[in-house]
Design a protein around this ligand. Structure first.
Ligand code: AKB
Length: 319
């Protein structure tokens, strides 16, 4: 019997992954946990919701034991930009949170863990084009440091305790339901909200900034595929994955083809420095070879789908 706990369930990925896992395993078997007291009603209506602070190990252990959890999708995290503004918070939530999850899993017999890593594990010394799976991990942000340490910790728990921990180095995730909070790649989501609201957008990175990105349906597909993969085929615990790469200006142009008159100006801020330390494109051939990874969305297809989805939300009065 699979009983899942999702931490960070109210966040950008968690809010959608919870619903997909509830479809697959049944609503009552997927416990959504978030630190907010009043989450999106769909999270509460489709299955159990608990408030949880992942830095509180006793509370986490109680939740896992009470619900007889067998798998944890640990998504609660502080992202890169917020992490630079509050490095102490990023360390506590990202490091202590992961350590608590791994320890509680080991002690209570949880069988499997999913944990998102990030392209933030790479840094200025890493090759920026077609960034390999095995390469220099020398990030310059606190977020990136917690992701590198987190990867090592996951590998340690797998090697030492046999815990089946799996993860993905996510690029920027683009989605239409819950906005991301505090990331460097957030401009690639914010720009769509401005376009659909009929407002101009001020982008916080230079027009020539190229970063790897992925549309949410591909993010959910990659997560499920990796978790379903035959363990004997996994050469790595944490895999590079990507969907597409584009510059901020290319994204704006693609939106302007469908929203004529949409205006974008560029005012780079401290997040430019973070973006400049990350890869432009990612080599995800290990994921393709080991568990059949292949994205469905490229830039034009993603832009079309995002505009349609946000337009519908606007018509429902949600934007
Ligand atoms: C961020 O920008 O911090 C995240 C990430 C790439 O991990 N979206």
């Amino acid at each position: 019997m699979t009983k899942i706990l999702i931490t960070g369930a109210t966040g950008q990925i968690g809010s959608e992954l919870t619903l997909v896992l509830r479809e697959k395993y049944g609503g009552e078997n997927v416990v959504a946990a978030g630190h907010k007291k009043s989450p999106n009603p769909r999270l509460v209506d489709t299955g159990p919701f608990v408030t949880l602070d992942v830095t509180d190990r006793a509370q986490l252990e109680r939740t896992v034991r009470e619900h007889r959890i067998t798998e944890i999708y640990h998504l609660a995290a502080i992202l890169s930009a917020t992490g630079e503004q509050n490095p102490d918070l990023a360390w506590r939530v990202n490091m202590e949170g992961l350590y608590n999850v791994l320890e509680v899993a080991r002690q209570t017999g949880v069988r499997r863990i999913f944990w998102p890593s990030s392209i933030a594990v790479f840094g200025p010394k890493t090759p920026r084009d077609n960034t390999p799976q095995d390469t220099i991990l020398s990030p310059t942000t606190m977020y990136g440091i917690t992701k590198v340490a987190g990867e090592l910790l996951c590998e340690y728990y797998h090697r030492r305790y046999g815990l089946d921990v799996r993860g993905l180095r996510f690029p920027g995730i683009i989605s239409s339901e819950t906005p991301p909070g505090g990331g460097t790649t957030d401009y690639a989501v914010e720009i769509f909200y401005a376009a659909v609201r009929g407002e101009p957008y001020t982008c916080f990175v230079r027009p020539d900034t190229v970063l790897p990105m992925m549309y949410m349906p591909d993010c959910l597909k990659a997560t499920l595929r990796l978790m379903e993969a035959d363990p004997a085929r996994l050469r790595y615990r944490i895999y590079n994955v990507t969907g597409m790469s584009f510059s901020a200006e290319e994204l704006a142009r693609e939106i302007q083809k469908r929203v004529p008159g949409f205006r974008v100006q560029y005012k780079p801020d401290f997040r430019q420095h973070i973006a400049d330390s990350w890869p432009r494109t990612i080599d995800d051939s290990a994921a393709r070879e080991d568990w059949g990874w292949k994205p469905d969305y490229d830039l034009p297809k993603m832009v079309e789908a995002m505009l349609v989805a946000l337009q519908k939300r606007k018509e429902r009065g949600e934007l």
